[in-house]
Design a protein around this ligand. Sequence first.
Ligand SMILES: C[S@@+](CC[C@H](N)C(=O)[O-])C[C@H]1O[C@@H](n2cnc3c(N)ncnc32)[C@H](O)[C@@H]1O
Length: 309
Amino acid sequence: MANSFHIPVLTEEILNYLNLKEGGVYIDCTLGGGGHSKAILEKIYPRGSLIGIDQDMEAIETAKEKLRGYVDKTKFIKGNFQNLVGILSELKIETVSGIVFDLGVSSDQLKKKERGFSFQEDSYLDMRMDLTQEFKADILLNSYSEKDLAEMFEKYGEERFSRRIARLIAVERKKEAITTTRQLADLVVRSLPRTKKRHTWRIHPATRVFQAIRIEVNQELKALEKGLVQAIRALENNGRICVVSYHSLEDRIVKHLFRKVEREGKDQGNYGLKILTKKPIRPSPEEVRDNPKARSAKLRVAEKIIYVT
Ligand SMILES: C[S@@+](CC[C@H](N)C(=O)[O-])C[C@H]1O[C@@H](n2cnc3c(N)ncnc32)[C@H](O)[C@@H]1O
């Protein structure tokens, strides 16, 4: 079984905000390499317990290795957090003390070339987090209309040259199917206006297109909205939810949903949220120095308040 390369982000901050209780039950909705889960278990073991969810079976296997000292208090679930209610009902768990989401892909997934998430190395265009899913990045690229591709690059990648890129893909795929990360990255560069091609890039021009395709293949934003709603519902009174996001599309969803539930709670009774981070928490310069992948991370935290029972 492989060891994880992934370095968990904002761990101390998450631990502090979770306000861990010795006998509490916690959910890590994005188990990954098990970094955050291990930090939580170190504090709550043996009285507390943890449910670790990931849609990637390889992540579950890696995390099991990291958490082998805590197996009696950990449940490993291969599943999508958008089905959180179903997962908890199968486990016969009604409420939990705290929930963590650490969104996106892990370094383990990025580094494994055959997963097709990265253009740093040439590989088959896959990009599925859930390896049992049939829809992959190459199917998307060769079947979506030019218009749908352009909209997707614009919406999920905030890509300025979305139409030019979609145009070139539509032309080139008639000659030869687009099946590799290198083919796609080269097409993106070729579609740029001449002045942009000569630039020394701070970030590779294909970054945003790869982000957009990954979000679409894995339906990441829909899963996030559904997962957050169910997570808030599953929290006990004063239970806390911590969400780490890595780009503005995700962060916006978290911010708006937290505010909506806070507002509705105050207006209609029942339950609501108290937002504990007016502004998102960012990693310290030291953390970013040690782990550059943390640089775009934003942590938002809220506490559930039950008004009527
Ligand atoms: C950034 S990594 C988490 C790393 C982890 N916190 C750690 O410390 O090792 C995100 C993980 O969440 C998983 N993931 C993303 N979206 C998911 C979803 N909708 N349902 C379940 N797992 C998901 C990915 O497969 C990936 O392993």
